[in-house]
Design a protein around this ligand. Structure first.
Ligand code: MN
Length: 257
């Protein structure tokens, strides 16, 4: 049987499960909040154009307002100054949008310490147990943070010292960017960097190192708990916004059951 027929048949028979890694988009979808003097993005919103009424008797449609980095979304290299000469979101090769993925679960550590940071030693230990990170694939970093996504306050987890959400150390960000074979990092938090990463040296190391290396970010993912440590395939669908720095994305994972 042709391989695409096999794929469709496996999805229909549930031999391959399709796991939706995407958060629903609405006005309450958490968005990052930068402190003064920095500019902030808008929340998602709908504005009704017509709803089977005088404005359009047989049709319903809306205009949407959204930031590029709202909800489950894709970070393109040009999002960061280190990647300013890299690909905008419309230029990301489509072959990168279907890629293998591994899932590293540090939800217990993040529950115990919201400022938990992934270190190179954590990834090396994981590789010792599960094999190498996928060449040309995603590292999906589970922290359990998707359980907080219904509340902006719980999701950003900020106090007077700033946000406290798990992330990646400076050393690990550099290692993922420069040595690991992955094309990008996927996270459950509002961005790929830790909440406290504004205070790191250098600040925001995931953004700086990975996007500077031409790699990608996927953020505000859901349902990573449904993925096996290895063997999933991720399909990420950012809109090809011309010149865009990122885009809300539907992100699906194929998992063989
Ligand atoms: Mn982003």
């Amino acid at each position: 049987m042709p391989v695409l027929d096999q794929l469709v048949s496996a999805i229909r028979s549930a031999a391959i499960e399709v796991v939706d890694l995407t958060a629903r988009l609405d006005a309450t979808t958490p968005v990052i909040q930068l402190p003064e003097p920095f500019a902030n993005t808008v929340s998602f919103s709908l504005r009704e154009v017509s709803h089977y009424d005088a404005r359009g008797p047989a049709w319903y449609w809306n205009d949407i307002t959204t930031g590029e980095h709202t909800g489950t979304h894709f970070d393109a290299p040009v999002h960061w100054i280190t990647g300013r000469d890299g690909a905008d979101v419309s230029a990301v090769p489509v072959t990168s949008l279907i890629a293998p993925a591994v899932m590293l679960d540090f939800s217990e550590q993040a529950a115990a310490d919201p400022d938990f940071l992934l270190e190179p030693a954590h990834v090396r230990q994981w590789e010792h147990e599960h094999g190498p990170l996928p060449d040309g694939g995603w590292l999906l970093y589970r922290t359990g943070w998707d359980a907080r996504s219904g509340s902006q306050r719980a999701f950003l987890n900020a106090d007077e010292t700033g946000p406290h959400t798990p992330g990646v150390s400076v050393a690990c960000a550099r290692w993922l960017a420069d040595e690991a074979p992955v094309i990008g990092l996927g996270v459950e938090t509002v961005g790929t960097d830790a909440g406290a990463a504004h205070s790191f040296d250098p600040p925001f190391p995931c953004h700086a190192a990975l996007l500077g290396a031409g790699k990608y970010g996927l953020t505000q993912l859901q349902n990573l708990a449904a993925l096996p440590p290895t063997g999933a395939v991720v399909i990420a669908g950012p809109l090809p916004i011309a010149g865009g720095s990122g885009s809300p994305a539907r992100v699906l994972a194929l998992v063989e059951r």
